[in-house]
Design a protein around this ligand. Structure first.
Ligand code: THU
Length: 128
């Protein structure tokens, strides 16, 4: 049976190829795995109005939520540029609210990873 990090690495690196990033030229992929083992993957989708850009992490989680999934085990993130891309502040806030106990795997291109709890990446996050 495949390990969770292998599944996340495979799906995030595959979806990364679909990135729409004509402005930054950076490709990012993210894959989230639900409590029951379903996988949703997303890439960054940029826009000429830069602020409308959607990051890969939010694309993946939004797909899962839209399909009715609410509980998440882990998310994996990879890019074609950075070793161990680190999620932006908006994505940390987004992940923390929808998946407060999720494990976050940051991959490099070899499939090596660093694993964090979202609470480590966003301590004392904002909540209403
Ligand atoms: N990006 C992500 O997809 N996730 C992050 O956590 C950081 C940034 C994307 C957004 C944009 O398309 C590009 O990387 C440069 O900011």
């Amino acid at each position: 049976m495949k390990k969770i990090y292998q599944i996340l690495f495979e799906h995030s690196s595959e979806v990364m190829k679909n990135a729409y990033s004509p402005y930054s030229k950076i490709k990012v992929g993210a894959a989230v795995i639900t409590k029951d083992g379903y996988i949703f993957a997303g890439c960054n989708v940029e826009n000429s109005s830069y602020g409308a850009t959607i990051c890969a992490e939010r694309a993946a989680i939004t797909k899962a939520i839209s399909e009715g999934f609410k509980e998440f085990k882990a998310i994996g993130i990879i890019s074609d540029r950075f070793k161990f891309i680190s999620p932006c502040g908006i994505c940390r806030q987004f992940i923390a609210e929808l998946a407060p106990n999720i494990d976050v795997y940051l991959f490099n291109s070899d499939g090596k990873f660093k694993r964090f709890k979202i609470k480590e990446l966003l301590p004392i996050g904002f909540r209403i």
